[in-house]
Design a protein around this ligand. Structure first.
Ligand SMILES: *Cc1c(COP(=O)(O)O)cnc(C)c1O
Length: 230
C-alpha cells in the first residue's frame, strides 16, 4: 500500500478543490482514519507530516494512542465511532476529540470523566442529515437545543458538526446534503457567537471533493489513504 503517495494525492485534491471553490488551502484539514490498520501504517502516514488520526473502536484506539505516547510521538486522536456509556471514561482519558456526539447522557459522562490535567475535550455533534433510521446522529431540527446543552458542560468544547450522509454516487444528491449541513453549521455559529465553532467535518474517500466544494473544513479519509478494510 502506497500510503505516502496516497496522502500526497489527497493533499493535491484538497488544494485544487479549494482553489476551485475560492477557498483558502489551509481551511481544510485532513483526518486520516486508521481504524483496523496497524501502527506501522500510522507511522508511514506520520512520516509525511500527518498528525491527526481517527479511530472508531475504543479499545483499538486506546492501544494505538498508548503505543505512540510510549514512543513520545505526539499525535491528535479523534474518536469518530458510536460510543456506549460504559466506554466513555477511556475516551475522555485518551482522545483529543469526539466527533460522534449525539446523546446528552454520553456528553455528560465525557465531561465528568475528562481529567483536569488535560484541556477540554473538543467535540462535534453528529447530525443524521438524511434522517436514516439505522444511522447515529441527531435530527437536524434538534440541533440547536442539543448544542445549548453541550455548551453548558464544563469540560467539553463544542467546535462544530460531523455527518455521514446516506451512500450515493449521485453528485447532485451529495451536494444538496452537504449544502444543508453548511446551513446548519452557519446557524450554529450564529447561535453561539462567543464560541469557537470552526469545524465542519464532512467528506470521506468517495465524496471528499464534493464536500470541500460545499464548505467542509475537515475530511475524514480512510480507504483512500490506507487501502480497503477487509
Ligand atoms: C470509516 C469512517 C470514515 C472513513 O471512510 P472511508 O470511506 O474509508 O474514507 C470516515 N468517517 C467515519 C465516521 C468512519 O467510520
Amino acid at each position: 500500500m502506497h500510503i505516502q503517495e496516497n496522502i500526497q494525492q489527497i493533499k493535491t485534491l484538497i488544494n485544487t478543490s479549494c482553489i476551485q471553490a475560492n477557498r483558502k488551502i489551509d481551511e481544510v484539514k485532513l483526518l486520516a482514519v486508521s481504524k483496523t490498520k496497524p501502527v506501522t501504517d500510522i507511522l508511514q502516514a506520520y512520516q509525511t507530516g500527518q498528525t491527526a488520526f481517527g479511530e472508531n473502536y475504543v479499545q483499538e484506539g486506546v492501544e494505538k494512542i498508548q503505543y505512540f505516547q510510549a514512543q513520545k510521538i505526539h499525535l491528535e486522536w479523534h474518536f469518530i465511532g458510536p460510543l456506549q456509556s460504559n466506554k466513555t471514561r477511556l475516551v475522555a482519558e485518551y482522545f483529543d476529540w469526539v466527533e460522534s456526539l449525539d446523546r446528552l447522557k454520553i456528553a455528560e459522562r465525557l465531561s465528568q470523566q475528562r481529567p483536569t490535567y488535560l484541556s477540554p475535550l473538543q467535540v462535534l455533534i453528529q447530525v443524521n442529515i438524511d434522517n436514516e433510521i439505522t444511522k447515529s446522529g441527531i435530527p437536524s431540527d434538534q440541533l440547536i437545543p442539543f448544542a445549548q446543552q453541550i455548551n453548558d458542560l464544563p469540560n467539553l468544547q463544542l467546535r462544530g458538526l460531523m455527518t455521514i450522509p446516506a451512500e450515493t454516487q449521485d453528485t447532485h444528491q451529495q451536494k444538496q446534503t452537504f449544502e444543508h449541513m453548511l446551513q446548519l453549521f452557519r446557524q450554529l455559529q450564529q447561535q453561539c457567537p462567543e464560541k469557537n465553532i470552526d469545524t465542519l467535518s464532512m467528506g470521506m474517500s468517495n465524496d471528499m471533493q464534493q464536500a470541500i466544494l460545499c464548505g467542509s473544513t475537515q475530511i475524514r479519509v480512510g480507504s483512500a489513504i490506507f487501502g480497503s478494510r477487509s
